[in-house]
Design a protein around this ligand. Structure first.
Ligand code: E4P
Length: 218
Protein backbone atom coordinates (compact mmCIF):
# COMPACT_ATOMS: atom_id res chain seq x y z
CA UNK A 1 0.00 0.00 0.00
CA UNK A 2 1.35 3.43 -0.91
CA UNK A 3 1.34 6.19 1.69
CA UNK A 4 0.75 9.77 0.56
CA UNK A 5 0.72 12.69 2.98
CA UNK A 6 -2.16 15.16 2.86
CA UNK A 7 -0.68 18.62 3.42
CA UNK A 8 0.70 21.68 1.63
CA UNK A 9 3.16 22.41 4.44
CA UNK A 10 6.60 22.06 2.81
CA UNK A 11 8.51 21.85 6.12
CA UNK A 12 6.25 19.04 7.31
CA UNK A 13 6.72 17.13 4.04
CA UNK A 14 10.50 17.57 4.27
CA UNK A 15 10.45 16.09 7.78
CA UNK A 16 8.39 13.07 6.67
CA UNK A 17 10.21 12.50 3.35
CA UNK A 18 13.45 11.59 5.15
CA UNK A 19 11.72 8.51 6.61
CA UNK A 20 11.66 7.06 3.08
CA UNK A 21 8.03 6.09 3.68
CA UNK A 22 6.40 8.78 1.56
CA UNK A 23 5.15 7.64 -1.82
CA UNK A 24 3.45 10.89 -2.75
CA UNK A 25 1.63 14.01 -1.56
CA UNK A 26 -1.90 15.35 -1.91
CA UNK A 27 -2.91 18.96 -1.54
CA UNK A 28 -6.21 20.76 -2.01
CA UNK A 29 -7.17 24.46 -2.09
CA UNK A 30 -8.03 24.45 1.63
CA UNK A 31 -4.61 23.02 2.54
CA UNK A 32 -2.92 25.59 0.27
CA UNK A 33 -4.89 28.39 1.97
CA UNK A 34 -3.76 27.03 5.35
CA UNK A 35 -0.12 27.02 4.21
CA UNK A 36 -0.49 30.71 3.28
CA UNK A 37 2.10 30.64 0.48
CA UNK A 38 1.99 31.04 -3.34
CA UNK A 39 0.48 27.84 -4.74
CA UNK A 40 2.81 27.34 -7.71
CA UNK A 41 5.93 27.79 -5.55
CA UNK A 42 4.58 25.28 -3.04
CA UNK A 43 3.89 22.70 -5.76
CA UNK A 44 7.38 23.11 -7.26
CA UNK A 45 9.01 22.75 -3.83
CA UNK A 46 7.00 19.66 -2.88
CA UNK A 47 7.75 18.02 -6.25
CA UNK A 48 11.45 18.48 -5.63
CA UNK A 49 11.19 16.80 -2.22
CA UNK A 50 9.15 13.73 -3.19
CA UNK A 51 9.67 11.40 -6.15
CA UNK A 52 6.08 10.16 -6.29
CA UNK A 53 2.91 11.92 -7.51
CA UNK A 54 2.07 15.31 -6.02
CA UNK A 55 -1.60 16.21 -6.42
CA UNK A 56 -2.27 19.86 -7.24
CA UNK A 57 -5.91 20.83 -7.69
CA UNK A 58 -7.45 23.01 -10.41
CA UNK A 59 -9.78 25.73 -9.16
CA UNK A 60 -11.81 26.50 -12.29
CA UNK A 61 -15.18 24.83 -12.69
CA UNK A 62 -15.53 24.95 -16.50
CA UNK A 63 -13.76 22.39 -18.65
CA UNK A 64 -11.77 24.77 -20.85
CA UNK A 65 -10.25 26.69 -17.94
CA UNK A 66 -9.70 23.49 -15.94
CA UNK A 67 -7.73 22.09 -18.86
CA UNK A 68 -5.57 25.22 -19.13
CA UNK A 69 -4.95 25.16 -15.37
CA UNK A 70 -4.18 21.44 -15.46
CA UNK A 71 -1.62 21.89 -18.26
CA UNK A 72 0.02 24.76 -16.38
CA UNK A 73 0.24 22.74 -13.17
CA UNK A 74 1.57 19.68 -15.01
CA UNK A 75 4.32 21.78 -16.59
CA UNK A 76 5.71 22.63 -13.13
CA UNK A 77 7.30 19.18 -12.62
CA UNK A 78 7.07 15.68 -14.11
CA UNK A 79 5.52 14.27 -10.92
CA UNK A 80 2.59 16.69 -10.74
CA UNK A 81 -0.74 14.87 -10.65
CA UNK A 82 -3.56 17.24 -11.62
CA UNK A 83 -6.52 17.00 -9.28
CA UNK A 84 -9.96 17.62 -10.77
CA UNK A 85 -13.36 17.50 -9.08
CA UNK A 86 -15.86 14.76 -9.84
CA UNK A 87 -18.08 16.82 -12.15
CA UNK A 88 -18.79 16.38 -15.87
CA UNK A 89 -16.25 19.12 -16.64
CA UNK A 90 -13.77 17.46 -14.31
CA UNK A 91 -14.23 14.10 -16.04
CA UNK A 92 -13.85 15.65 -19.51
CA UNK A 93 -10.69 17.38 -18.33
CA UNK A 94 -9.44 14.12 -16.87
CA UNK A 95 -9.92 12.31 -20.18
CA UNK A 96 -8.03 14.99 -22.12
CA UNK A 97 -5.16 15.32 -19.63
CA UNK A 98 -4.72 11.55 -19.62
CA UNK A 99 -4.51 11.62 -23.45
CA UNK A 100 -1.63 14.05 -22.95
CA UNK A 101 -0.04 11.55 -20.56
CA UNK A 102 -0.59 13.78 -17.51
CA UNK A 103 -1.38 12.08 -14.18
CA UNK A 104 -4.88 12.86 -12.89
CA UNK A 105 -6.49 12.44 -9.47
CA UNK A 106 -10.28 12.72 -9.51
CA UNK A 107 -11.35 14.08 -6.15
CA UNK A 108 -14.51 14.56 -4.07
CA UNK A 109 -15.84 11.06 -4.76
CA UNK A 110 -18.73 9.94 -2.56
CA UNK A 111 -20.38 7.07 -4.46
CA UNK A 112 -19.18 3.87 -6.16
CA UNK A 113 -20.74 4.94 -9.46
CA UNK A 114 -18.84 8.25 -9.39
CA UNK A 115 -15.71 6.12 -8.98
CA UNK A 116 -16.71 4.01 -11.98
CA UNK A 117 -17.14 7.17 -14.07
CA UNK A 118 -13.67 8.40 -13.05
CA UNK A 119 -12.11 5.08 -13.99
CA UNK A 120 -13.86 5.18 -17.38
CA UNK A 121 -12.44 8.69 -17.86
CA UNK A 122 -8.98 7.17 -17.36
CA UNK A 123 -8.20 8.66 -13.94
CA UNK A 124 -4.84 7.67 -12.47
CA UNK A 125 -6.34 7.91 -8.97
CA UNK A 126 -9.84 8.15 -7.56
CA UNK A 127 -10.13 9.90 -4.18
CA UNK A 128 -13.13 8.71 -2.12
CA UNK A 129 -13.51 10.78 1.07
CA UNK A 130 -14.16 8.42 4.00
CA UNK A 131 -14.04 10.90 6.89
CA UNK A 132 -16.51 13.33 5.33
CA UNK A 133 -18.99 10.47 4.82
CA UNK A 134 -18.54 9.29 8.42
CA UNK A 135 -19.09 12.91 9.52
CA UNK A 136 -22.63 12.80 8.12
CA UNK A 137 -23.34 9.35 9.58
CA UNK A 138 -22.70 7.41 6.36
CA UNK A 139 -20.26 4.51 6.16
CA UNK A 140 -17.12 5.85 4.49
CA UNK A 141 -15.29 2.53 4.56
CA UNK A 142 -18.20 0.75 2.86
CA UNK A 143 -17.58 3.07 -0.08
CA UNK A 144 -13.95 1.93 -0.26
CA UNK A 145 -15.06 -1.71 -0.19
CA UNK A 146 -17.58 -1.12 -2.97
CA UNK A 147 -15.09 0.69 -5.20
CA UNK A 148 -12.40 -1.98 -4.69
CA UNK A 149 -14.96 -4.70 -5.51
CA UNK A 150 -16.19 -2.95 -8.65
CA UNK A 151 -12.72 -2.15 -9.97
CA UNK A 152 -11.67 -5.78 -9.35
CA UNK A 153 -14.45 -6.94 -11.69
CA UNK A 154 -12.90 -5.00 -14.58
CA UNK A 155 -9.15 -5.61 -14.68
CA UNK A 156 -8.82 -3.32 -17.72
CA UNK A 157 -9.54 -0.32 -15.46
CA UNK A 158 -6.21 1.03 -14.29
CA UNK A 159 -7.40 3.60 -11.74
CA UNK A 160 -5.92 3.26 -8.25
CA UNK A 161 -8.10 3.75 -5.17
CA UNK A 162 -6.61 6.61 -3.12
CA UNK A 163 -8.38 6.65 0.24
CA UNK A 164 -8.80 10.30 1.28
CA UNK A 165 -10.23 12.25 4.19
CA UNK A 166 -8.64 9.81 6.64
CA UNK A 167 -9.12 10.91 10.24
CA UNK A 168 -7.38 8.21 12.31
CA UNK A 169 -5.24 5.04 12.08
CA UNK A 170 -8.27 2.71 12.14
CA UNK A 171 -9.40 4.21 8.81
CA UNK A 172 -6.00 3.24 7.40
CA UNK A 173 -6.14 -0.26 8.90
CA UNK A 174 -9.56 -0.91 7.39
CA UNK A 175 -8.55 0.52 4.01
CA UNK A 176 -5.43 -1.70 3.98
CA UNK A 177 -7.54 -4.78 4.80
CA UNK A 178 -9.76 -3.95 1.84
CA UNK A 179 -6.70 -3.79 -0.42
CA UNK A 180 -6.92 -0.10 -1.38
CA UNK A 181 -3.78 0.85 -3.30
CA UNK A 182 -3.07 4.23 -1.71
CA UNK A 183 -4.00 6.18 1.43
CA UNK A 184 -3.38 9.86 1.92
CA UNK A 185 -2.76 10.62 5.56
CA UNK A 186 -2.73 13.85 7.52
CA UNK A 187 0.82 14.18 8.94
CA UNK A 188 -0.53 13.72 12.49
CA UNK A 189 -2.04 10.32 11.57
CA UNK A 190 1.13 9.21 9.80
CA UNK A 191 3.18 10.08 12.89
CA UNK A 192 0.74 8.16 15.12
CA UNK A 193 1.31 4.90 13.23
CA UNK A 194 4.65 4.10 14.84
CA UNK A 195 3.41 4.66 18.37
CA UNK A 196 2.59 1.93 20.88
CA UNK A 197 3.00 2.19 24.67
CA UNK A 198 4.39 -1.37 24.84
CA UNK A 199 7.04 -0.43 22.28
CA UNK A 200 8.09 2.53 24.43
CA UNK A 201 8.01 0.52 27.65
CA UNK A 202 9.83 -2.44 26.09
CA UNK A 203 12.60 -0.23 24.71
CA UNK A 204 12.98 1.50 28.07
CA UNK A 205 13.44 -1.91 29.75
CA UNK A 206 15.95 -3.16 27.18
CA UNK A 207 18.02 0.01 27.44
CA UNK A 208 18.02 -0.09 31.26
CA UNK A 209 19.20 -3.74 31.24
CA UNK A 210 21.80 -2.99 28.56
CA UNK A 211 23.19 -0.14 30.67
CA UNK A 212 23.73 -2.63 33.53
CA UNK A 213 26.06 -4.70 31.30
CA UNK A 214 28.44 -1.75 30.99
CA UNK A 215 29.00 -2.68 27.32
CA UNK A 216 28.84 -0.64 24.14
CA UNK A 217 28.42 -1.90 20.59
CA UNK A 218 30.62 0.74 18.97
C1 E4P B 1 -7.19 14.52 -0.23
O1 E4P B 1 -6.87 14.49 -1.38
C2 E4P B 1 -8.30 15.32 0.29
O2 E4P B 1 -8.21 16.60 -0.19
C3 E4P B 1 -8.32 15.28 1.78
O3 E4P B 1 -7.99 13.97 2.23
C4 E4P B 1 -9.59 15.79 2.40
O4 E4P B 1 -9.57 15.57 3.77
P1 E4P B 1 -10.57 16.30 4.78
O5 E4P B 1 -11.92 15.71 4.61
O6 E4P B 1 -10.00 16.00 6.13
O7 E4P B 1 -10.53 17.76 4.44
Amino acid sequence: MKFFVDTADVAEIEELAVTGLLDGVTTNPSLVAKAGRPFLDVVREICALVDGPVSAEVTATDGATMLAEGRKLAALAPNVCVKVPLTWDGLKTCRQLRRENILVNVTLCFTPLQALLAAKAGATFISPFVGRLDDIAHDGMALIGDICDIYAQYPALETEVLVASIRHPVHLLEAAKLGAGVATLPPSVLKQLVKHPLTDRGLEGFLADWAKTGQSIL
